[in-house]
Ligand binder design. Structure first.
Ligand code: PMP
Length: 393
């Protein structure tokens, strides 16, 4: 049957992380592997009321087919939120997607022909790598430091690869490293994109989850030529299960995105869109996000204290001011994929870092999630990780 599959899929090599993630979800395992929000913060009681109001006021419409662009009141509410972070937009520049993951996939479909060069941070978000891989690009990685992608390196890569299709970046509390791009680099990246005529895909699911430091404007704020495509989502600030994300982009892109989405799923769940819009009307989403920030701040601090206390000093770690992840660099002699096998036997899990490097490397790195775990489990999990690690040093 294999010869029936498209060349694209025959050549696609899955990353293998899916299986490992499944193992890490076993109840006896303390898993730092996923990127799940804290479920106890989901506004379940409020949503009972909201769903009832939606069904009462807009019952048939909420269950009917709808437009591909999305539910206008939700698009307007998104424009209001974006205005607060320095993005001026009309609802016509916003399309609701089924999570920002769909927006990433549609972007691959929109831009990538086989062999095209796309630039990304090294490392970068695993599921974006997989989504783009289907379209067979060449990934050119740009090194990062604690302040995000290094602009001198980016310029070298832009010079070396004329015709780059887009730069994929996660400027705030990056997945997997937790790092944030500093202000000057944001401005510089937009300048370079203008100079080299490249599109920027700004993926920003975590910007609102800042629990320390001052907020920074998104790259889209500095966009004067309509070349920054901004993606965000309700997943980390409200509920990932509702699958509500969005694309904010110039008209030149919007019509194409709409055509692609139309053939993908016609439109995002009408009921979910109306529920989110109604929630925003009836409650203060910002107050809800405040609660998320407070809990994640506490969990982050708990994890960092445990890392300091239990892990050997030869392990370095990122110190994000928000988001869901901490990135570890282990001594060169340790392969985190092997370490993970031993850790799973000791009932603790993480994602080994190599999966986040599209061209390989990063064998001695790993990602830890702190959002979906009690402080006690964080302490116990890091102790288990430390025990296994010490046995290998
Ligand atoms: N981009 C990044 C960087 C992410 O970390 C995630 C979720 N883990 C997504 C996009 C997708 O989020 P969703 O589809 O739930 O909106």
């Amino acid at each position: 049957m294999n010869n029936k599959f498209s060349k694209r899929i025959r050549e696609f090599k899955p990353s293998g992380t899916h299986q490992l993630l499944q193992m890490s979800e076993r109840p006896e395992v303390i898993s730092f592997a996923g990127g799940f929000p804290a479920p106890e913060l989901f506004p379940v009681e409020e949503l009972k009321e909201v769903c009832e109001a939606v069904l009462k006021e807009q019952g048939p419409a909420s269950l009917q087919y709808s437009t591909t662009e999305g539910y206008t009141p939700l698009r307007l509410a998104i424009c209001e939120r974006m205005k607060d972070i320095g993005i001026e937009s009309s609802y016509e520049n916003v399309m609701i997607t089924s999570g920002s993951q769909q927006a990433i996939d549609l972007t691959g479909k929109l831009f990538i022909d086989e062999g095209d060069v796309i630039i990304c941070e090294s490392p970068t978000y695993l599921a974006a790598i997989n989504a783009f891989k289907v379209y067979n690009p060449r990934f050119v990685e740009v090194d990062m430091d604690e302040d995000g992608m290094i602009m001198e390196e980016l310029e070298k890569k832009l010079q070396a690869h004329p015709g780059v299709k887009f730069i994929y970046t996660i400027p705030d509390f990056q997945n997997p490293t937790g790092r944030t791009m500093k202000l000057e680099r944001r401005q510089r990246m937009v300048q370079l994109a203008n100079q080299y005529d490249v599109v920027i895909l700004e993926d920003n699911p975590y910007g609102a989850i800042r629990f320390a430091g001052e907020p920074l404007p998104p790259l889209k704020h500095f966009d004067t030529e309509g070349r920054v495509i901004y993606l965000s989502t309700f997943s980390k600030i409200f509920s990932p299960g509702l699958r509500l994300g969005w694309i904010c982009a110039d008209e030149a892109f919007m019509a194409r995105y709409v055509s692609l989405k139309e053939s993908s799923d016609l439109h995002t769940d009408s009921f979910a869109q109306r529920v989110a819009a109604k929630y925003i009307e009836m409650y203060d989403l910002e107050t809800h996000i405040e609660k998320i920030r407070a809990i994640y701040k506490e969990r982050y601090s708990a994890m960092v204290s445990c890392i300091k206390e239990y892990l050997p000093p030869s392990v370095s770690y990122s110190t994000p001011q928000g988001g869901l992840f901490i990135w570890l660099e282990l001594p060169e002699s340790i392969d985190s994929a092997d370490l993970l096998q031993d850790c799973l036997r000791n009932h603790v899990a993480f994602v080994s870092g190599a999966s986040f490097f599209p061209n390989g490397g990063g064998h001695n790195t790993l990602r830890l999630n702190f959002s979906n775990m009690s402080n006690e489990n964080i302490a116990e999990g890091i102790r288990r990780l430390a025990d296994v690690l010490r046995s290998k040093l």
